[in-house]
Design a protein around this ligand. Structure first.
Ligand code: F6P
Length: 531
């Protein structure tokens, strides 16, 4: 780490030490404008940092840390298509996927934007074809980034499902996942989308083969004919998709400059588009693009993703908080925490810096969460009174998009939902002294210490546009943290060993007598499994 950067980190440590004697309540008392001043708007998102443990002085140090880390130059390099994913020698251009058609983004002398829009056009045509052919359900088979984004978004945008095609998602190699999904489906009205950037992922290929067999049996065709008729593919490995039997007109491309966990706006979103239609998909991309523009244009100290990233650094490195909870007060965002787990932990769960040296600071916290209010009746006890302080991201909307109940009931339930969100953020920040009306519980049992930080992200309603904005907000915050931690957020070498060993174990299960380098505990477990 360069000396100039080290000096800013030391200033951040001093800020954290100073703040350890100051509560969030003190910060509000010291600044009557805090509730407004600490809110940053990005497109339609209202991001409220006022319940975080920081003040103007801390903000200046955090921005200085971003500057010392050359955030602005690195952001420019990412948007320009430089090979910032150095360990894989790749550009990182998920932002090109949502660039308007009249933009130019050249990599190696080739403008990528026309190809992006051609692919969006093909996706839209294929959606029309799928519908016209009487298909009522598409089953996306993929895992990780080839599942979590579209699965999360299809659930979030269920009220916008306008095509009459139902999108389902199967990811786990556990046969129960596919079996449960298919049990409800009719092969005559079902198509599959095999989504895999590499088209080699064990889980996806196993599910794709079983699905092809199910189709063939159900349709009374041979497997080749069933795949040719009813299987679509999204992949950068077009040859492998062809070898699987998917006709080229059913193959949608992906590009190596899109990382799996950043790929929702690519053809990986095809199943989502099958459900919400091309227009809503375009609105999702426009929402992402609006936050891309904000990320590029807003000054660092009023830049929502920059501040989200920096506040995360303060919490992780200044205060030493090892995890962060994401609590959407929107049932339809129930898969959003799982989606963020891959985005953040696969990107920033790293112990080596970009040059391969050991990092000097902790990197990604553990990210987890569940929708509110459900979480309140499960783990909020620990958030309020546990020995660990766990910062929270609260997410909520002014209006519900629920339908099918009386309007008054929806409005009144939504009020209750949001009053819980606001109440929880207040309780965590400000706490409460012990109530004294119970002789069996001591003051300590009933006291709420408060001073537990949170960020609250609000928007009018969960729509394709606001969902896109939310996703881009977190994507860029993740990038900001990677820059400050000096790591490459775009590779994932940490998943490789398990994949290699799983293949070795599979071979050992098949032929236990063959020589193996597996360890004794694994060999014993396989012997038990095979018995
Ligand atoms: O195992 C991790 C990973 O490579 C993720 O990064 C990726 O999103 C997922 O597997 C699926 O990969 P693919 O799209 O190539 O099947």
């Amino acid at each position: 780490m360069e000396e100039s950067v080290r000096r800013v980190w030391a200033a951040l440590d001093r800020e954290a030490a100073r703040l350890s004697a100051i509560t969030i309540a003190d910060l509000f008392a010291a600044d009557p404008d805090r509730a407004a001043a600490m809110v940053v708007n990005a497109a339609d998102l209202r991001v409220d940092f006022s319940r975080q443990r920081l003040d103007g002085s801390t903000l200046r140090v955090l921005v200085a840390l971003a500057e010392a880390s050359e955030l602005a130059d690195k952001r420019t390099a990412m948007f320009a298509g430089d090979s910032i994913n150095v360990t894989e020698q790749r550009a990182v251009l998920h932002t090109a996927l949502r660039a308007p058609a009249d933009t130019q983004i050249e990599v190696g002398g080739v403008d990528l934007v026309p190809d992006v829009h051609r692919t969006l056009g093909r996706m839209s045509q294929l959606v029309d074809e799928v519908r016209a052919s009487g298909i009522r359900t598409v089953v996306n088979i993929g895992i990780g980034g080839s599942d979590l984004g579209p699965a999360m978004a299809a659930l979030a945008l269920a009220p916008f499902a306008t095509t009459g095609i139902d999108a389902r998602f199967v990811s786990n190699v556990d046969p129960a996942d596919l079996a449960v999904c298919l049990a409800e489906l009719d092969p005559r009205t079902t198509a599959f989308v095999v989504s895999s950037k590499t088209f080699t992922t064990q889980e996806t290929m196993a599910n794709a083969r079983s699905a092809a067999n199910w189709l063939a049996t159900g349709l009374g065709l041979d497997v080749e004919a069933a795949v040719s008729a009813r299987v679509y593919a999204v992949s950068s490995n077009v040859a492998a998709a062809g070898a699987f039997g998917v006709p080229s007109e059913h193959v949608l491309p992906m590009w190596d400059w899109v990382g799996g966990r950043f790929s929702l706006a690519s053809a990986i979103g095809f199943s989502l588009m099958c459900s919400i239609g091309a227009e809503n998909f375009a609105a999702l991309l426009a929402g992402m693009h609006a936050v891309d523009r904000h990320f590029i244009e807003a000054p660092l100290e009023r830049n929502a993703p920059v501040l989200m990233g920096l506040v995360g650094v303060l919490n992780r490195n200044g205060f030493g908080y090892g995890s962060r909870a994401v609590i959407p007060y929107l049932q339809q965002l129930s898969r959003f925490p799982a989606y963020l787990q891959q985005l953040e932990m696969e990107s920033n769960g790293k112990r080596s810096d970009i040059d391969g040296h050991a990092v000097e600071r902790h990197t990604s916290p553990v990210v987890w969460g569940e929708p509110g209010t459900n979480g309140q009746h499960a783990f909020f006890q620990l958030l309020h009174q546990g020995t660990d302080v766990i910062p929270v991201d609260f997410i909520g909307a002014r209006r519900s998009t629920a339908t099918g109940l009386a309007d008054d009931d929806i409005a009144s339930q939504h009020q209750k939902l949001m009053s819980n969100l606001f109440a929880q953020a207040a309780a965590l920040a400000f706490g409460a002294p012990a109530a004294t009306d119970n002789p069996h519980a001591s003051g300590e049992h009933r006291a709420f210490p408060g001073n537990r930080p949170s960020t609250t992200i609000l928007f009018d309603a969960l729509t394709p546009s606001t969902l896109g904005q939310l996703i881009a907000l977190y994507e860029h915050a993740t990038f900001v943290q990677g820059v400050v931690w000096g790591i490459n957020s775009f590779d994932q070498w940490g998943v490789e060993l398990g994949k290699v060993l799983a293949n070795a174990v599979l071979a050992h299960i098949a032929d236990p007598a063959a020589p193996t380098t597996l360890d004794p505990a694994t060999r014993a477990a396989v012997a038990w499994f095979n018995a």
